[in-house]
Design a protein around this ligand. Structure first.
Ligand SMILES: Cc1cc2nc3c(=O)[nH]c(=O)nc-3n(C[C@H](O)[C@H](O)[C@H](O)COP(=O)(O)OP(=O)(O)OC[C@H]3O[C@@H](n4cnc5c(N)ncnc54)[C@H](O)[C@@H]3O)c2cc1C
Ligand SMILES: NC(=O)c1ccc[n+]([C@@H]2O[C@H](COP(=O)([O-])OP(=O)(O)OC[C@H]3O[C@@H](n4cnc5c(N)ncnc54)[C@H](O)[C@@H]3O)[C@@H](O)[C@H]2O)c1
Length: 509
């Protein structure tokens, strides 16, 4: 079976660093070429170069990719400012202008020179432009605008880290009205008066709460019967109540059938989704007029058009470069292709920065000769709304579908000592009692923890314990016996775990 070249394979001697290829110019020779320098590619390039490999990092846009400039960092700065604006409640327009300044500062005004400096300091050769594989071991890089095409070659491996791109649905009239993708929203200083957010995934939920908190009339439209449809229904239903408490009008099980220009913005026609589920009030044949439509209906891996077929790598219909647990790219038969690795969103596995970083560490360990594997079961999923959502492993429905004999226990986080101290029944630091919150554990009949989800204050942080438990395949009895500090939100885990332990035949209460 083919595999990545041995990490001990000798790298090319310095006097063979370039190789004449005739009229096309020189080929620059490296041990490793990293294609796409986002969260994953950046870690691979810097770590491998620090360990002595000769590394080229090819980037078409911004070194560091989406997360620091257009995604995680600016959205989290806006969410924090939004929660403060809700608490203060006055002069929301000025608060928004301040938030935009803080956001742009945190996003380095889209200047990636600090990333460039760090890569240079690690010894990485940065090559700006769009890279395409031209044959086995070869890649050409076309710069934006003028400039020569550069030809690169790798002796050890190509690491693909080209990320993902927004998916925009083909809806009648959408290209005739003002729209934003999340990239555009998170780099704009416009505060729309009325906004239609299309898509109730993590991005749609986070940005709906941001704009509603600054006074925008937000209508959030989701086709599935509940928000965050890849989680169990209770999670999206709980979050919906919190978003509504922040002023978002949430329409689930609703389809946007078309839009047309109106009033300088867009008139949107809504209908109940066609799957037979009952739409929210307001979805039935109604219209909404807005200044903009924020289209956040998902992202697709960017594996197409890179020439990976020339290396024997199969790219899925969705554009993913599928990998094994050592991040080795797979061919059409599911076997690893020698010397081609992939990390981050392009692999189609849980598209988060922490996944890209985890995969990058697996790749650099492999290049150093260590056998480290991706532990996908325990990769957390978080949505940083107020309150945040945290989940890991299998939900109740997914566990049943996977054939487990499932036990489930739920505990309201409003019943913890922490909630008493903060005088909250449920919910957030700013808004007492806006709706349910809780932690739900899913285990197999033998007691193995399969998954968990939490909605509640700081769940994004204290949920980490549950991710470790899922990674370790922990028995709920240990989770039940474990001592948690008083008064913390994480104490909500104890009664849920005790309940499960009792039902697996072990009363540890
Ligand atoms: C609004 C929003 C908020 C998010 N918030 C969070 C969050 O809070 N926490 C979290 O964990 N995740 C979050 N995510 C997801 C996170 O941003 C991604 O999972 C992460 O950025 C993926 O990193 P990556 O290395 O795969 O790719 P990217 O960061 O997408 O980088 C890929 C890079 O490859 C370059 N590239 C592509 N093709 C080529 C080519 N042919 N040649 C040269 N360069 C190329 C691109 O220009 C890009 O810079 C968020 C996403 C969005 C949209
Ligand atoms: N907090 C975080 O860590 C974070 C934040 C944002 C994004 N991300 C990641 O980025 C990726 C992209 O997020 P996303 O929210 O854009 O995508 P997503 O695929 O998670 O959600 C898109 C949503 O849009 C809905 N949808 C699709 N077409 C629609 C239509 N025509 N009308 C109405 N609804 C429609 C889908 O049912 C789905 O709920 C996710 O995979 C997510 O994991 C992570």
């Amino acid at each position: 079976m083919p595999s990545t070249p041995s990490p001990d394979a000798p790298s090319r001697p310095a006097d063979q660093d370039t190789e004449d290829v005739g009229p096309g110019g020189d080929v620059e020779q490296f041990d490793l070429v990293v294609l796409g320098v986002g969260s994953g590619g950046e870690v691979v390039a810097a770590t491998a170069a620090r360990r002595g490999l000769r590394v080229a990092a090819v980037e078409a846009r911004l070194l560091g990719g989406e997360c620091p400039f257009l995604a995680c960092v600016p959205s989290k700065v806006m969410l924090l400012a939004a929660s403060r604006a809700r608490a203060a409640g006055t002069d929301l327009r000025a608060a928004f202008a301040d938030a935009v300044r803080a956001r742009d500062e945190a996003a380095q005004h889209l200047d990636d020179s600090s990333q460039a400096d760090e890569l240079a300091e690690a010894g990485v050769v940065v090559v700006r432009g769009r890279g395409t594989v031209t044959g086995p071991g070869r890649l050409s890089v076309r710069p934006d605008g003028d400039g020569d095409v550069r030809e690169l070659a790798w002796g050890r491996a190509l690491v693909v880290g080209t990320g993902s791109q927004p998916v925009v649905p083909d809806l009648p009239g959408l290209d005739e009205v003002p729209t934003w993708t999340s990239d555009q929203a998170l780099t704009s200083d416009e505060l729309p008066g009325r906004l239609l957010v299309l898509g109730g995934g993590p991005v749609g939920c986070e940005l709906s709460q941001v704009y509603a908190s600054f006074g925008t009339e937000v209508t959030l439209v989701e086709t599935s019967p509940h928000l965050l449809p890849s989680e169990d229904p209770w999670v999206g239903e709980a979050l919906q109540l919190h978003l509504e408490a922040s002023g978002v009008r949430v329409l689930v099980a609703t389809t946007l059938v078309g839009v047309e220009p109106a009033d300088g913005g867009a008139r949107a026609r809504l209908e109940p989704a066609s799957d037979g589920s009952e739409g929210s009030e307001g979805s039935d044949g109604s219209e909404v007029v807005v200044d903009r439509v924020l289209v956040v209906t998902g992202r697709a891996p960017s594996g197409d058009g890179l020439g990976l077929d020339l290396l024997g790598v199969a790219v899925s219909e969705k554009g993913a470069v599928e990998v094994d647990d050592r991040c080795r790219a797979l061919d059409a038969d599911g076997s690893p292709v020698a010397g081609v690795l992939a990390v981050g969103d392009v692999t189609g596995l849980a598209p988060y920065t922490h996944t890209a970083n985890h995969q990058a560490r697996v790749v650099t360990a492999g290049l150093a000769g260590r056998d480290v594997r991706v532990r996908s079961a325990g990769i957390p999923r978080a949505v940083y709304t107020d309150p945040p959502v945290f989940s890991v492993g299998l939900g109740e429905e997914a566990a049943r579908e996977a054939g487990h004999d499932v036990l489930v226990a739920h505990q309201d986080v409003g019943e913890t000592g922490r909630a008493f101290v903060e005088q909250l029944g449920v919910g957030t630091a700013d808004q007492p009692d806006p709706g349910p919150s809780g932690v739900r554990l899913v285990c197999d009949r033998d007691g193995t923890l399969l998954g968990a989800a939490a909605v509640g204050p700081h769940a994004d942080s204290w949920g980490g314990e549950l991710a470790l438990a899922v990674t370790a395949g922990l028995d709920v009895r240990l989770l039940a016996e474990h001592t948690r500090a008083f008064p913390t939100w994480s104490e909500a885990i104890t009664p849920a775990a005790q309940d499960l332990a009792a039902r697996t035949g072990e009363d540890v209460s």
